[in-house]
Design a protein around this ligand. Structure first.
Ligand code: GDP
Ligand code: IMO
Ligand code: MG
Length: 428
């Protein structure tokens, strides 16, 4: 896995699988690290020594300083969050030497944040539980062909005029439909645009840049955000994010052609979590969920919300492997399962009529009627956070790992037993 030319790291569950940690681990070998979808809804944690970094827009390669980092055109960017992220890193001695932002990436504006909140409020009991970062509305405007792209900041008068026009429409929507006073242009001019202008030095055509890197034979790592079950197409729609989180979106989201991503590594935690609302078939009710949440520190990186906890969902994971073409998995937070007693992996779902399905259904009402069919595994009590090779794992942990492989057909090639870089090992 360490020997790659181009490699994508993708989430296989409902996000927060430890993509940040795994990307950081693999980035040691990379020349370029690229984000291609999502925006500040992502929260990728990297622990280096005693330092913890939480990245929302910036690829984890930024922490190496000498790596080239690219924010691809498929992303949506909030300048106020991104500038804060850069400032925070600067305070900690990290300055971006080679950061590039796609001129085609769409901007999140203050009205997107407001719209996200108003839409959620309107949904009442069927809230999605978004991160309230304006992601959905920014992608809606992109698809609706009224988005503002990063490159437009280069023409200040024109962009101001465009924002003014769109804001008039948004304010009409906010006032008439949501009974909200709306947002003043002056506010955007005084607080938003000066921050957005700070991004200007980084904005360029990143597709051309990536093409040049590909021709040079540079090692490129693609850092996915969210996870397969939050994918706009194949996730638990409508309880999903507004971008495609699958490896297939790398091509549209960066402007490189299919075939240029030579390998894809899926990241899966050893159990399941979900933050926000929506179906979660293997959700655990009761004290064990609390124990796993505490041990795994399962609180949202972006919003601080407690994450819902569930058993490993082999049906969902199998779908993630199929859709991403995964042959290899990185299994993370494995240490969290020590001392949790007997464990379970869902291998199929049983429907209300007694029939059994082995694939993830599109219709939520079918999912809601179904109950997981579990394979049980003996637990282990040994602390495995010090394991540095497969031989250091107790037999029960090994059997569980083989259960993950059996249910997915993919090989667990990378194992993570703690948040730090050194708590990671490759399985030869
Ligand atoms: P991401 O969004 O996929 O990058 O994941 P997050 O950073 O949101 O959440 C993963 C959390 O688990 C972070 O707090 C990581 O520091 C932590 N983490 C990652 N791998 C491991 C691991 O193997 N064991 C433990 N205990 N924590 C881990
Ligand atoms: P990383 O990259 C976990 C979830 C939200 C909500 C749904 C839609 O850290 O894994 P959005 O704000 O995107 O419109 O919210 O998606 N969500 C995530 N959950 N990890 C993430 O990112 C997420 N990004 C969005 O909680 O349920
Ligand atoms: Mg996260």
């Amino acid at each position: 896995m360490l020997d790659f030319t181009t490699l994508a790291v993708v989430g296989c569950q409902w996000g927060d699988e430890g993509k940040g940690k795994i990307t950081d681990y693999l980035a040691a070998q990379a020349d370029v690290v690229v984000r291609y979808q999502g925006g500040p809804n992502a929260g990728h944690t990297v622990n280096i020594g005693n330092e913890t970094y939480k990245l929302h827009h910036l690829p984890c390669g930024i922490l190496y300083q000498e790596k080239t980092c690219i924010l691809g055109n498929g992303m949506v960017l909030d300048p106020s969050v991104l500038v804060k992220e850069l400032d925070n890193l600067k305070e900690r001695g990290i300055t971006p030497e080679r950061l590039y932002i796609s001129d085609r990436a769409h901007l999140i504006l203050p009205y997107h944040l407001r719209q996200d909140a108003l839409e959620e409020k309107k949904r009442g009991g069927s809230k999605i539980g978004t991160t309230l970062r304006g992601i959905g509305p920014a992608y809606q405007d992109k698809i609706g062909r009224r988005g503002i792209r990063a490159g437009e900041l280069k023409e200040p008068l024109r962009v101001k005029e465009r924002i003014r026009e769109i804001l008039a429409e948004k304010n009409e929507l906010f006032q008439r439909y949501y009974d909200d006073p709306g947002i003043k242009m002056q506010e955007i001019e005084e607080t938003y645009l000066p921050l957005a202008d700070r991004l200007l030095p980084y904005i360029t055509d990143t597709s051309l840049l990536l093409d040049a890197y590909l021709h040079q034979g540079a090692k490129i790592l693609f850092e996915g955000a969210q996870g397969a079950m939050l994918d706009l197409e194949y996730g638990t729609y409508p309880y999903v994010t507004s971008s495609s989180t699958l490896a297939g979106s790398i091509f549209c989201g960066t402007g490189i052609p299919p075939g240029k991503v030579k390998a894809v590594l899926g990241v899966a935690k050893a159990y399941s979590t979900r933050v926000g609302a929506g179906p979660f078939p293997t959700e655990i009710e009761g004290p064990k969920a609390g124990q796993i949440r505490e041990r795994g520190r399962e609180f949202g990186t972006t919003t601080g919300r407690p994450r819902r906890i569930g058993w490993l969902d082999g049906v969902a994971l199998r779908q993630a492997c199929r859709l991403n073409g995964l042959e290899h998995l990185a299994l993370t937070l494995f240490d969290v399962l020590s001392g949790m007693g007997d464990l379970k992996i869902a291998t199929a779902y049983r429907l209300a009529d007694g029939s059994v399905i082995e694939h993830f259904p599109a219709a939520l009402h079918i999912l809601e009627q179904s109950t997981p069919v579990y394979q049980e595994y003996a637990g282990w009590s040994e602390d495995i956070s010090g394991a540095r090779s497969i031989n250091d794992l107790p037999a029960a942990a090994l059997a569980y790992l083989q259960g993950v492989e059996a249910v997915t057909g993919a090989r667990v090639s990378l194992i993570s037993v703690g948040p730090r870089r050194d708590q990671t090992f490759v399985r030869p």
